[in-house]
Design a protein around this ligand. Structure first.
Ligand code: FAD
Length: 456
C-alpha cells in the first residue's frame, strides 16, 4: 500500500513519527508539503519566514533524495491538494502531525471528512511539534494552565517518548507531480543577516550549542551583547528540529545551563496549550482587559520611531534595529522593547505584535501574541503592572554598552555605560552625536501608564 506524509510545521527527517509510521506500514510513501493559500492569505507570509521556509523545503528535499525519494510540493487549498495527491498516488493512508491551533483543528476536520469520502484514512500523530501536546495537562479546575510554574512542574514529570532516527531509504510512487521548490533568492524585503534554514543547519547548530553554549546558558542568557542563547527558535518554529529530541539531548548534556534551557523550551508548550484552549487570545486580551491604549492614529509618530529604532532610548533602538537586520531579536530585547511600546508609550500591544510577526523569522502566533500579552499586562503575567525601565535594563543587561554600540553606530564613539544616556551629553559633545532626543520622558510615560490603569 501507499501512504502520504503531509509535512506542515515539522520539516525534518529525524524524529518524525508520521514519517516513521508511514514507512512501517507502506511500500511507497509520498512526502508532501502544501503551501496553504489560506495561511498566506491571512498575512502570515512574511518574507523572512518565506525565505527560511524555502531553505527548509530544499533541505528536506535534498535529504529525501539522498534516501531515494523526493519532496512533492503543491499549493492551493490544502484539503483539495491532499485529496488530489492521495488520488494520484492511489494512497490509502495520510499521516500528519497534530496541531492545536484553531485553524489547524478546523482544517484537520475538513481533511478527515474529505479523505473518508475517498476511502482514505487520516492518522494524526502527537508530540511532533511540541514536547507535551496541548490539552494533555490541565489543572483540574480548568481546561488549561494559566500559570507557568505549576504547568512546568507537571510538564517536567511527563515521560518522553524515545527519539526516532531518520529513515534510511524510501520509495516515492511514479507519476505524482511536484511544483518547483521555492528559492530564497527570488524573494525581496528580506532582513540582510537572516539565518539559513533547514534541518541540516538546525542540527549542526544544536550540536554546537550542546557542546559549547549550553553550559553557560543559566548565567549568560540575559547578556545582550554576549548573544549566549541558542538561536534555535526558527528551527523549532518550522519543525526542522524536534522539540522532543532537543529536550532529550539537553537533559543528557546535564547541568544548570541545560535545566534553565529546558525550562525555556517548556514556555513554548505552555503558550501553545493556552492558545489551543483560548484561540481568541491571539487578538483579544486574555485576562485583564484594557481599552485605553493609544493607537496608530493617536500615536503614529511614536510607533514609527519605535519600529525604525529611533526612539532616543539606545537599548530600545539597538534591539529594534537588530530585528530589522536579522529578523530575530534577543529575548531580553523583546521584553524591553515590548514593555517600552505598551507601558512607556502606552500603545496597543497588537500593533507591536503585528510588527514582530512581520519580521521575526521565528514569528509564531502562540509565542508572539502571548508573550506580548504577558508584557502588556493583559495575559498570564502575575505582575501585570510591571514596567521595565529601559535605562536600568540597559545598564543591567548591557553593562559595557557593547550591544548598543553594535547596533547604533551613531553612538559608537561613546564609551562604556555612557552610551545608554546620550541625553546627558552637553554642548559640543551632544552636537557631535547625530542621535534623536527621547520620544518621551520616562516620568511622563509612567504617569500616563498609571492614569490609564487607574492607579494614580
Ligand atoms: P533560547 O533562550 O535559546 O531558548 C530556547 C527555546 O525556548 C527558544 O528557541 C524558544 O523555542 C523557547 N523559548 C524561549 N523563551 C521563550 C518564551 N518566552 N516563550 C516561548 N518560548 C520560549 N518566540 C518565538 O519562538 N516566536 C515568537 O514569535 C516570539 N515572540 C516573542 C515576543 C515577545 C514580546 C517576547 C517577550 C518573546 C517572544 N518569543 C518568541 C520568545 C523568545 O523571545 C524567543 O523564543 C527567543 O528569544 C528565541 O531565541 P533562542 O532560540 O536563542 O532562545
Amino acid at each position: 500500500n501507499v501512504s502520504v506524509v503531509l509535512f506542515t510545521s515539522d520539516l525534518r527527517l529525524h524524529d518524525h513519527p508520521p514519517l516513521r509510521a508511514a514507512l512501517d506500514g507502506s511500500r511507497e510513501v509520498v512526502p508532501l508539503f502544501v503551501r496553504d493559500r489560506a495561511v498566506d492569505g491571512a498575512g502570515f507570509a512574511a518574507p523572512n519566514r518565506l525565505a527560511f521556509l524555502a531553505d527548509c523545503l530544499r533541505d528536506l528535499d535534498a535529504g529525501l533524495r539522498q534516501r531515494g525519494g523526493r519532496l512533492v510540493l503543491r499549493s492551493g487549498d490544502l484539503v483539495e491538494e491532499v485529496c488530489r495527491v492521495a488520488g494520484e498516488a492511489e494512497a490509502d493512508e495520510v499521516h500528519l502531525a497534530a496541531d492545536g491551533s484553531a485553524y489547524a483543528q478546523r482544517r484537520e476536520e475538513r481533511l478527515r471528512h474529505a479523505l473518508e469520502a475517498e476511502g482514505v484514512r487520516l492518522h494524526v500523530h502527537g508530540t511532533v511539534t511540541t514536547v507535551v501536546d496541548p490539552g494533555v495537562l490541565a489543572p483540574g479546575s480548568s481546561d488549561h494552565f494559566a500559570v507557568f510554574t505549576p504547568y512546568f512542574g507537571h510538564w517536567s514529570r511527563q515521560r518522553l517518548r524515545d527519539v526516532l532516527g531518520a529513515p534510511r531509504a524510501l520509495r516515492v510512487p511514479e507519476g505524482v507531480g511536484s511544483e518547483e521548490l521555492p528559492d530564497r533568492k527570488g524573494l525581496s524585503g528580506l532582513s540582510p543577516a537572516l539565518a539559513e534554514g533547514g534541518e541540516t543547519q538546525g542540527r549542526a547548530r544544536l550540536t554546537a550549542w550542546l557542546r559549547s553554549g549550553i553550559p553557560a546558558y543559566e548565567d549568560r542568557h540575559d547578556d545582550l551583547a554576549g548573544d549566549a542563547t541558542s538561536r534555535l527558535s526558527p528551527y523549532l518554529h518550522f519543525g526542522a528540529l524536534s522539540p522532543v529530541e532537543l529536550v532529550h539531548r539537553a537533559r543528557a548534556a546535564g547541568g544548570p545551563g541545560a535545566e534553565a534551557f529546558v525550562r525555556q523550551v517548556a514556555w513554548r508548550d505552555f503558550h501553545r496549550q493556552v492558545l489551543a484552549a483560548r484561540p481568541g487570545a491571539a487578538l483579544a486580551d486574555y485576562r485583564t482587559k484594557h481599552d485605553r491604549w493609544r493607537t496608530e492614529r493617536t500615536a503614529g509618530e511614536d510607533v514609527e520611531a519605535w519600529r525604525e529604532g529611533r526612539t532616543g532610548y539606545p537599548v530600545v533602538d539597538a534591539a529594534m534595529r537588530q530585528l530589522l537586520h536579522e529578523g530575530w531579536m534577543h529575548n531580553r530585547g523583546r521584553l524591553l522593547t515590548a514593555s517600552f511600546l505598551t507601558k512607556t508609550l502606552y500603545v496597543d500591544w497588537r500593533i507591536g505584535a503585528r510588527h514582530f510577526l512581520d519580521l521575526l523569522v521565528d514569528g509564531d502566533v502562540a509565542n508572539n501574541q502571548l508573550n506580548w500579552q504577558w508584557m502588556a499586562g493583559t495575559g498570564t503575567d502575575s505582575r501585570p503592572n510591571r514596567v521595565l525601565n529601559p535605562v536600568t535594563q540597559a545598564k543591567r543587561y548591557d553593562p559595557d554598552g557593547a550591544y548598543v554600540r553594535r547596533w547604533v553606530p551613531e553612538l559608537a564613539g561613546l564609551e562604556g555605560a555612557a552610551v545608554h544616556e546620550p541625553w546627558r551629553l552637553r554642548g559640543l559633545d551632544r552636537a557631535a552625536v547625530d542621535y534623536p532626543d527621547p520620544v518621551v520622558d520616562l516620568t511622563d510615560g509612567l504617569a500616563r501608564f498609571k492614569r490609564a490603569r487607574g492607579r494614580d
